[in-house]
Write a protein that binds this ligand. Structure first.
Ligand SMILES: [Zn+2]
Length: 399
């Protein structure tokens, strides 16, 4: 079933035709093309049946949520998809956030249904499509200690005794102590710290990446407490194809670039900075995963499952993602469907796809919901361009 995704125009999105989200939707969705505007930020393309933006059947405009709910054989016995599949195009930083685990999500939803809209957890994976910058997980206590001690404005803000804790007791508790101190700092002190740091970063460009991320965050969110998070969290630079997996309670923020994202079907976010929205600081501090890691330890490795297929299989059963990259020199390639169905998004190239005898012409932006009874999808590549064929497939992680 060919579908069109739901487009989200959040403020942080890339603008107009610079946005990958817009490029894909322009190619796949006539109605989007009519409303397209060069000054609108196109942030997210949603593929799935989430009630805040279900995909629509391309031929009839019918909601995929309705179709799936009315025929449980389509996704192997269930009446809703366990995952939500997305493309993100990011220009301004997204808020620093964590997602609750299942138990916490149930409690949060029960006590604050206005803020936490569903009772589900929201682990997520991001696979970079371009050079991609993110903050992800706490730094190791040692690295954090050395970094914080290097900048006098930070010492003035947090106090040297608090920072020394990281060296005396290099563990989760000391990370919690210093981060809590930061998050409870009065705004006037944060203002002073950030403006003093700006002077230092402008003078000496010794840590290029830190300077770049500081300027990027402070440009869009001047004097926001989240700007100072860059000293606590790992700065992760991803190349296309590299990925990070965000388990429950791992603090993160996407800063810039395009990515494919897949998550459990939920919208639960606890925010901690770089946002004009409500910051639920106490809930955040109580729920955070304070274990320190290196930036490198945050990368999530894929497994090769075919000559041109890489599988990203995170340790949750809600979802997995397959990356298919077929070079232009190959004529035919078979993509496996799974027992519970899948959603395929074409990023690049042209191919005829045979779904158990039904042929669909695939091009950049095509999205296909593949029901459970289809076993294999046979691609015949068209060689109108020599860039090959690239697609991502989201599926239930039950294999
Ligand atoms: Zn997130």
């Amino acid at each position: 079933m060919e579908i069109v995704g739901s487009i989200k125009t959040y403020d942080w999105g890339s603008v107009g035709s610079k946005s990958k989200v817009a490029q894909l939707a322009l190619s796949n969705d006539e109605n989007f093309a009519k409303e397209f505007n060069e000054t609108t930020p196109y942030a997210e393309l949603w593929m799935g049946d989430h009630e805040s933006g279900p995909s629509l059947l391309k031929s009839t405009g019918e909601s995929i949520a309705k179709i799936v709910a009315s025929d449980s054989s389509l996704i192997g016995g269930s009446t809703s998809l366990p995952f939500l599949f997305k493309v993100l195009s990011i220009t301004k930083p997204l808020s620093i956030q964590v997602h609750p685990n299942k138990e916490q999500a149930e409690q949060l939803h029960a006590s604050r249904p206005d803020l936490y809209k569903d009772p589900n957890h929201k682990p997520e994976i991001a696979i970079a499509l371009t050079d991609f910058l993110a903050l992800c997980g706490f730094r190791t206590p040692d690295e954090m200690y050395k970094l914080l001690k290097k900048y006098q404005p930070i010492i003035d803000l947090l106090g040297i005794d608090t920072i020394e804790e990281l060296q005396k007791n290099p563990n989760n508790d000391s990370i919690k102590t210093v981060y809590k101190k930061l998050m409870h700092s009065p705004q006037a002190a944060v203002d002073k710290c950030i403006s003093d740091l700006s002077l230092i970063f402008n003078e000496k460009k010794e840590n290029e990446l830190l300077t770049k991320v500081f300027d990027h965050c402070n440009h869009y969110f001047p004097n926001d407490i989240g700007v100072l998070s860059i000293f606590f969290l790992n700065i992760v630079q991803m190349n296309p194809g590299q990925s990070i997996f965000l388990a429950a309670n791992v603090p993160h923020a996407y800063l810039s670039g395009d990515c494919v994202e897949c998550m459990a079907c939920s919208d639960n976010v606890i925010r901690a900075g770089l946002t004009p929205k409500f910051k639920d600081v106490d809930t955040l501090l109580a729920n955070l995963d304070y274990s320190g890691k290196t930036a490198q330890e945050n990368f999530f490795e894929s497994v090769t499952i075919g000559p041109y297929s890489e599988l990203f299989k995170p340790p949750v059963n809600d979802f997995a993602v397959v990356q298919v990259k077929v070079p232009a020199t190959v004529q035919n390639y078979c993509v496996e469907n799974r027992a519970n169905g899948s959603i395929i998004l074409v990023l690049k190239g042209n191919a005829s796809a045979d779904f158990n005898g039904q042929l669909i012409e695939l091009k950049e932006g095509s999205i296909v919901f593949v029901p459970a009874h289809i076993q294999n999808i046979v691609l015949t590549l068209k060689h109108s361009d020599d860039n090959g064929f690239v697609a991502y497939q989201a599926l239930y992680n039950d294999f």
